[in-house]
Design a protein around this ligand. Structure first.
Ligand SMILES: Nc1ncnc2c1ncn2[C@@H]1O[C@H](COP(=O)(O)OP(=O)(O)OP(=O)(O)O)[C@@H](O)[C@H]1O
Ligand SMILES: [Mg+2]
Length: 241
């Protein structure tokens, strides 16, 4: 979509909780959606976001909580891992109408970096080495950082050969922000969950010499490819061939 001015924000992405707008050449704004639709087996239920986030994360202002989590993370001794977390700039507005401003992660060619779910498997050694270093850091600190879905990690290509993981979502980073999972107050449970989630990322997205469909079985990535296929199939059906 062509924009007329930066005063007219254009939506560039979305997650299950927030819509992502481009509010400047280097800045994205995140706004909570009004409702959250969830599948429960064959049923689909629409929840008001306010009640949903209050139950799920213990807050009405997910953005504020994410910013607080980010600030706590930045106070830690991250060293060079700092560059693997997208900078949060601040918040405009309040409550479920707040807009969280974040640095837009871009590739060397200037386009917004894609998340791991969109790129599919990555065959870059440095990328996986860095991700392992981040895992070690989280484990050392028993940090309950659980924004570890492939859609919460963007793959930033710094040149044609090199890419690195950048975490862009900070909603889930403390036992307080996950009140429905009290077992996470135990360090051993945090560590176990972290290991499982990182192993899942490697299993699904670390390119190996096996065919793509075997590598991605039962994974988020396969789900995505199914979604892609159904999108491709639709216009063909409509045309009647
Ligand atoms: N700082 C950023 N730089 C580049 N892309 C981003 C950035 N922040 C978000 N995105 C893109 O927007 C998508 C949704 O963002 P985000 O994860 O913040 O939304 P959410 O609704 O809170 O997510 P979830 O569905 O994980 O709860 C991401 O998957 C990513 O592709
Ligand atoms: Mg997200």
């Amino acid at each position: 979509m062509k924009r007329k001015s930066w005063k007219e924000p254009v939506q560039v992405s979305e997650g299950s909780y927030r819509q992502i707008f481009e509010v400047g050449p280097k800045v994205l704004g995140k706004l909570l959606k009004l409702t959250r639709t969830k599948n429960y087996g064959p049923f689909r239920l629409k929840h008001w976001m306010k009640t949903y986030t209050l139950l799920k994360f213990g807050t009405l202002d997910v953005n504020k909580q994410a910013l607080a989590n980010y600030k706590r993370l930045m106070k830690m001794d991250l060293g060079s891992l700092r560059e693997n977390f997208a900078r949060l700039i601040g918040i405009r507005g309040q409550g479920n109408k707040s807009i969280l401003l974040a640095e837009k992660i871009k590739d060397f060619n200037g386009t917004q970096s894609k998340n791991l779910l969109e790129t599919g498997p990555i065959r870059n050694e440095a990328f996986w080495k860095r991700l392992a270093e981040i895992e070690t850091f989280f484990l050392k600190n028993h940090l309950p950082f659980f924004n570890l879905g492939a859609d919460n990690i963007v793959v930033q290509w710094t040149d044609k050969q090199n890419c690195k993981p950048v975490f862009i979502d900070f909603k889930r980073m403390s036992p307080r922000s996950l009140p429905l999972q009290p077992d996470l107050l135990l360090k051993s449970r945090v560590d176990k969950k972290l290991r499982r989630r990182f192993a899942k990322l490697r299993n699904n997205f670390q390119a190996k010499n096996t065919p793509l469909d075997k590598r991605l079985k039962n994974s988020e990535a396969r789900l995505l490819s199914r979604r892609r296929n159904s999108l491709l199939a639709q216009p063909r059906r409509l045309l009647g061939d």
